[in-house]
Structure formats: C-alpha cells, structure tokens
Design a protein. Structure first.
Length: 318
C-alpha cells in the first residue's frame, strides 16, 4: 500500500500523476521533463492506479436520470421515456422543456401532431422553441373548457394554436365544449362536420401529446372538479379507475371506465388514441403514479415524460 512505499517512490508517482491527470501533459512530454523513457512513464502511471494514488471516478448529473429511465424501460412496456431533473422546483417547467425537446427531436415535417389539454401540455407549448414544420398539422383532440379560460393557457384550442404557431404549422381546431349539459346532444355534435373531420384527422395522427391525470380533482380550477357529482364518483370507484386521459377514465389495465360523464364528453375515444403510433404522456406528481402505470400497461400511451421524483415513485410501485 502507499503507506508502506518509500518516500522517493511515492514522490515520483505523485509528480507523474499530477502532470498527466491534472496538467494534461502527454506521456512523452512527461518523459522529457523527468528524464525517463515514455514506457517507463506509462508503468509509473499504472503503478499509481494500482497503489490507490490515482482513483478514477466517472460521473455526471445525468447518470441517475439515465439509470432510472433504463429501470423503467425494463419494468414497463414503454417505447421511450424521458425523465427530467428539476433544478429549481419548477416541475411543470422541467417536464414541459423535456417534452418539447422530445417533440422537436421526433416530429417530422409533413406529419400530424394531435394534442390534448392541461398544465403539462401548456408547458410543452410554452417551452417549445420555434421550428420549421410548415407541412405539419396540429390537431385538437377534445373540446374546450367551459368559458374557454384563456388565462390558464391550457385549454385545448389555446394549446393547439400555440404549438402550431411555434411549428409554423397548420392547425385543425373545433369550437365545441368539452362537456355538454345534455347527453342527448353529444351524438349530433360529434357528427358536426368540423368536429367529425378534426377527430378523424386526430385519429390518424403520427404522434400525440396528452396529459395524464389522477382520479382526484386537485388544485384551483381543476377541469373536472365541478363534474365529480356523487354518481360520477361512484362510477369511478366501482370501475376501479386510476386516472383519466382526454377526460376518459380508465383502470389499471387501460380499459375505459364508463361514468355518467362518458355520454357528455366530446373527445377522441381512448381506443382511437391507442392506435396512434406514438402517444406521449406528459405528467408529474406522486399521486399520478397509478394513473401513469395504468396508461402504460394499457397501451394508452407509448412514451412518457415525467420528473425524477415521480419516476422513483412509479418504480417503487412496480
């Protein structure tokens, strides 16, 4: 060990090691400075590592991100996953940036992008850098929140417009409510030309980005909060729902859980969403772990963007 080595030996090993690892000198340069041959310098460097004088550590902040992504890919039937590090407590901003980068890396000019609503998809629109995708079309996948609530920036038409603007793309929108008051009106609204053509185009999309929500309405202004009447809650519980996407509830197998809201919700059906080649779920929050797992296992989403803490909760739940 180093402690038992002669002082002169240790001194030369330290000197050579510092010149090579800290000063960045080549072995031939070190040899010229200390009067040894280059092979001798190489042997000294090897001795320094064997004796523990030099310890090589390979690390990067991204390493733990890559590791948990790999763990989740092994445990879940998912095509791709991006886990965002949250450096400044802005979780929504972090996953929005990560999803925007995935969108930029994936969407090809001429393809159709279908989008949902919610805070996470609004964050994607906010962080998406301008791109040239003039031959793309961005499609709205569900109706509008009552009153529009443009100040939220997370209603489907607003998100659709903002993403299309960033891409320089065309867009297909529909001015229809997300939840209709009378269930009898929904079939006729779904047959309206603009609605029918928009949803048909959405069903043929190459890529979709949707938020993943838990079954409990949380936070001020939650879209479904006012609609969670006792009969709806009972249906959610009876069907063992774990989450909702495009405001369709589903269970841990990804099967649609029918509630009284189902006959009032104007959105692309889950079965049509599942047929889109790449569906990216963008979500964060430990309370959404079951919703995310069910969406992946049920093949509702094929890709996931989330934060590290949520990813860790998901992994622990598997």
């Amino acid at each position: 060990m180093v402690a038992g080595s002669r002082r002169a030996d240790v001194e030369i090993l330290l000197r050579v090691s510092r010149m090579y690892y800290e000063q960045g000198l080549m072995q031939s340069e070190i040899a010229a400075r200390i009067g040894y041959s280059r092979p001798h310098v190489s042997r000294l460097l090897a001795q320094a590592r064997e004796r523990g004088i030099v310890r090589v550590s390979i690390s990067h902040p991204l390493e733990r991100i890559l590791a948990i992504e790999a763990d989740l890919r092994r445990r879940l039937p998912i095509a791709s996953i991006r886990v965002a590090e949250v450096p400044d407590s802005d979780t929504m901003g972090a996953i929005g940036r990560a999803a925007a980068e995935l969108l930029a890396d994936t969407l090809l000019d001429g393809q159709v992008l279908a989008v949902g609503n919610g805070r996470s998809i609004a964050a994607v629109a906010r962080h998406l850098q301008p791109l040239t995708r003039v031959n793309c079309t961005v499609v709205q996948l569900l109706g509008s929140i009552p009153g529009g609530l443009p100040e939220w920036g997370r209603d489907a038409p607003t998100v659709c417009s903002r993403i299309a603007e960033r891409l320089g793309a065309k867009m297909s929108r529909m001015s229809m409510p997300l939840i209709v008051d009378n269930p009898a009106l929904l079939p006729s609204l779904m047959r309206e030309e603009k609605v029918a053509t928009t949803l048909a185009l959405g069903a043929r999309a190459d890529m979709a980005m949707v938020s993943v929500a838990g079954i409990e309405a949380r936070g001020p202004g939650n879209i479904l909060a006012e609609y969670l009447t006792p009969d709806v809650v009972q249906a959610i519980q009876r069907g063992s729902a774990v989450g909702h996407i495009l405001d369709h509830h589903y269970d841990m197998k990804g099967d649609h859980v029918v509630t009284p809201l189902s006959r009032r919700t104007l959105a692309l059906p889950l079965e049509d969403l599942k047929r889109i080649p790449m569906v990216v779920g963008v979500a964060a929050g430990a309370e959404k772990a079951d919703a995310i797992i069910g969406a992946v296992r049920g093949r509702i989403i094929s890709s996931l963007v989330t934060d590290y803490e949520t990813a860790a909760v998901i992994l622990a739940a598997l």
